[in-house]
Every structure is written in C-alpha cells, then in structure tokens.
Design a protein. Structure first.
Length: 238
C-alpha cells in the first residue's frame, strides 16, 4: 500500500471516529474521570508510564497494537504518542473494567444475532487478559514470536485476521477481542485528557474538535475551520 493510500486510510478512520468525540469528551459509560489527572497524563509519556493492571508483556502488546490501529504519520501523532495504552490500562481499574454496568447474568448465546448484543460472560478485564494471551499465542504459532516483536506488516496481517474472526482463538472469539481493542483505542485517542489518553489534546487538534469549551455553537453552521485551540475539562489548552 502506498504512503498516500495509507494516510488517506488513516484520515478516513479518524473522520468516521469523530462522532464519538463529543460523548467521550464529557465522559461516557466506559470513562471514569477518577482514572487519571491531566497532569499525570501529560507527565507520563508512552515510554515512561508504568501499567497498574496489565503486566509488562500484556502492556507491550497493547502498545504495539494501538500503534498499528492509529499510526503516527504526516497527519500527526498516533495512538501510542497520544497515550492510548495508558488510557486502556487505567480504564481496566474503573467500574467499566469489571463490567459494573454490563448485564452478566445470562443466558449467553454466542451464536445469537448481533442485534441481541454482547453474548459472553466476560468483563472487559477478562476480555483483555484472555485476548492478549491468545493473540500472542497465535503470533507465536505463525511467526515464532509474540505480537510486539513482529514486523508492522505481520502485525497488520494478524490484526486483520482477528477483525474478521479468522484468527484461531480458543477461549473467546478473536473478533470480540479486536472489537473491544479498537473501540477503546478510539476512545483513548479522542477522550478528554483527564482520562489518560488524548495527551496534549492530540486527537482533538487533529480533527479540529473544540473540546470542552462552554460554547461554540455559533461556529457549527460555518463552513470554515474552528480558529481556537481545544480545551480540556481541566482547562488544559491545545
């Protein structure tokens, strides 16, 4: 794939994700404002952050995977640079991580229609624990190395197999794990920085989102770029 095609693909992905930004900015179901302070998010870079939920091998997978889902390019920093791994790790320690707002009583029908919603007795914490182990085992079977040690092309190929459900996982469907990872990556890239992701308001600056400004409705109908920098809930400015 050419560089131009890759950048158009990334741009299209980010544009399609813009719809979630207003919700994430104010804190959706998967977000908890207590997860991190803005000062922590800025101070702890992708290289220096120490995970509190994931072990080091799991965290290396997260860093490698999100770097492929939203890579850094000429459009700007990617998910890794924006602190998405930190965001996901911190979310695992919130009510979202333990499925506090999920219906977990069953019966569960994995063969049910997608219209009936999520059909597994696994919390987000369990999906990540099992999914990362399965993904690394799948990578070792294919390439004799864990996911984070593979080339970018090999990682992309395995992610595509997970997305389609063709990756052979034993303890959960690979497409369920991929869907959770992709959704949380999007959330981390466009969330308010108080949640640990979107560090330095990277995602908002990329798409021109004004953030948590009190009022910008007078610009909604204008066919022109919003002229002011985004603002976090904490007051941080892009």
């Amino acid at each position: 794939m050419s560089k131009d095609t890759l950048e158009r693909s990334r741009r299209d992905f980010l544009i399609k994700s813009i719809a979630v930004a207003p919700v994430l900015a104010l804190g959706g179901i998967a977000l908890d404002a207590r997860a991190a302070s803005s000062s922590q998010a800025v101070a702890e870079s992708a290289g220096g952050y120490q995970p509190t939920f994931f072990n080091q091998e799991e965290f290396e997978f997260i860093k490698a995977a999100v770097a492929r889902l939203i890579p850094e390019d000429t459009l700007g920093p990617g998910a890794l640079e924006a602190g998405v791994p930190e965001f996901i790790d911190r979310q695992m320690q919130t009510p979202y991580g333990v499925g506090a707002k999920m219906y977990m009583q069953g019966p569960f029908r994995p063969d049910a229609s997608p219209d009936l919603g999520y059909q597994l007795p696994l919390t987000p914490q369990e999906i990540y624990r099992l999914g990362i182990a399965e993904a690394n085992n799948f990578a070792r079977k294919r390439h004799n190395a864990p996911f984070n040690k593979l080339s970018a092309a090999q990682q992309d190929a395995l992610l595509e197999q997970m997305e389609s459900g063709k990756a052979e996982f034993e303890k959960l469907p690979s497409n369920v794990f991929f869907a959770a990872l992709l959704q949380n990556t999007r959330e981390g890239f466009f969330s308010d920085p108080v949640h640990g992701g979107n560090q330095r308001l990277t995602g908002w600056k990329l798409i021109g989102f004004p953030g948590a400004r009190a009022d910008f409705m007078d610009w909604v109908e204008r066919n022109e770029k919003y002229p002011f920098p985004p603002v976090s809930i904490s007051g941080e400015r892009g």
